[in-house]
Design a binder for this molecule. Structure first.
Ligand code: NAD
Length: 408
């Protein structure tokens, strides 16, 4: 039986500072599901033009290595991840002005033990989908809509869609629902805007992590004539890229990627990669990548600033995917058509504008870029709170109270 247990604000505060709108632990003994749903802040979703929902990916991760290294339990680490990532989604969506609040969900499991297409994977995703549906019915003001993330994919979203409509990334019209190509496009746009160049021809870029985003970003950079140094925990991914593009690609071990003599370091794997140990060794002037929560602690943003680094905050640079999925949700809901070109143009424009504004805010106020990015997001959040339109949303929900997407 799928069950939800509310996580108290005291418990949250023991893990992370900040105020969270609604956080639950989800369990299901039959499928083995243990996870969390966190809605950090839905103000933007409830402002005028908002979609009435909070969106963020569903991460499937075992947290066992991190637990062994930190002495914390996988459950504590998963909750911490859901909290940090959902807050990141609030700021990302606020800066991107996409009409969405910030949420995130996590399943504590090793994706390798739930192979794609296996009955146990279907059971797990169905249980998570039921949990998301129950969450929407129990807390209609904080409705969470899921999407793919590390460890999950479009197929999983299609399975979840069988039990709840609170899911995105399943595609609409020409868009197949995969956010990664648009995230990669946005990172490239942020790089060009920050460097003030038309193309990345002859620029040197170090990419850590060649997954859905990093792999696509590598291809885009090679197409523009950049020189790459790449690394992946799975060394074969890096070697395969080098074999395909020997004139453009060098490989190094994953532990060395941040130390490379390049123009741009692009972290595209897991978060907390910018810390006391790594930052002093970074040679690149620019740090612009896809990984969420790159700063191990907020003070590392200041550390980068004091070293003269141009760090474009992750939630500014990597918003291309959520912009695309936000457009999917909106167009699907309104029954409008959607072209890839339309999405591409919006991603390019928003990421470039926000990158430029973040740099200007930092320079104009002598504040770290990490703070400037937050200032930009907070400006939009404050405007959304002023603009809050809860009453109208409530009426829009209909008698069943099930939320935005039912019947659409
Ligand atoms: P992914 O799982 O497809 O790829 C991650 C890659 O990083 C894998 O190839 C993995 O082997 C590698 N990796 C893991 N740990 C590593 C390490 N320590 N050193 C080097 N390589 C390592 O994930 P993705 O979808 O490409 O996302 C990458 C990052 O970007 C994640 O932090 C994700 O949250 C973030 N992000 C993704 C999107 C998106 O659209 N997919 C959007 C915004 C942010």
């Amino acid at each position: 039986m799928v069950e939800l247990f509310e996580v108290s604000s005291d418990e949250i505060k023991r893990i992370i500072p900040g105020t969270y709108e609604k956080v639950v632990k989800v369990t299901d003994a039959e499928s083995g599901l243990v996870g969390f749903i966190s809605v950090h802040n839905s103000a933007i979703g409830h402002a005028e033009g908002g979609l009435g929902i909070s969106l963020g990916g569903l991460r499937m991760w075992p947290y066992s290595d991190e637990a062994a290294a930190s002495g914390k339990s996988p459950e504590t680490l998963a909750l911490e991840d859901a909290l940090r990532l959902s807050a990141g989604m609030t700021y990302k969506s606020a800066a991107a002005d996409d009409g969405l609040g910030g949420g995130k969900a996590v399943i504590i499991a090793d994706p390798a033990q739930y192979p794609a297409g296996s009955p146990q994977r279907v059971k797990l995703m169905h249980a998570m989908g039921q949990a998301i549906e129950m969450f929407a019915q129990r807390y209609p003001q904080s409705t969470y809509v899921t999407a793919e993330d590390v460890g999950t994919n479009v197929e999983d979203m299609k399975i979840i869609e069988q039990v709840t409509s609170h899911v995105s990334g399943t595609g609409h019209d020409a868009f197949n629902g995969n956010p990664s190509p648009f995230t990669a496009q946005g990172i490239l746009a942020a790089m060009k805007e920050a460097l003030g160049v038309k193309t990345m021809l002859h620029k040197r870029v170090a990419i850590g992590g060649l997954g859905n985003v990093g792999g696509r970003l590598a291809q885009l950079l090679i197409d523009e004539g950049a020189q790459l140094i790449v690394a992946d925990k799975d060394a074969e991914k890096a070697e395969a890229l080098k074999r395909r593009f020997p004139a453009h690609v060098l490989t190094v071990p994953a532990s060395e990627i941040h130390k490379q003599p390049v123009d741009v370091y692009a972290p595209c794997a897991m978060g907390k990669c910018l810390d006391d140990e790594t930052i002093p060794k970074i040679q690149a002037k620019y740090i612009i990548g896809a990984a969420n929560n790159q700063l191990a602690e907020p003070r590392h943003g200041e550390m980068l600033y004091n070293l003269g680094k141009i760090y474009i905050p992750d939630f500014i640079a990597n918003a291309g995917g959520v912009i695309a999925v936000g457009m999917e949700v909106k167009h699907k809901h309104e029954g409008k058509s959607l072209t890839l070109q339309e999405i591409g143009e919006v991603v390019e424009r928003k990421i470039r504008t926000n990158t430029r504004r973040t740099i200007e805010l930092s320079q104009g106020n002598n504040i770290p870029l990490s703070e400037a990015g937050m200032a930009l997001a907070n400006e939009r959040l404050a405007a959304a709170r002023q603009n809050k339109n809860w009453g109208e949303r409530e009426e829009g929900r209909g008698a069943n109270g099930k939320g935005w997407a039912h019947g659409s």
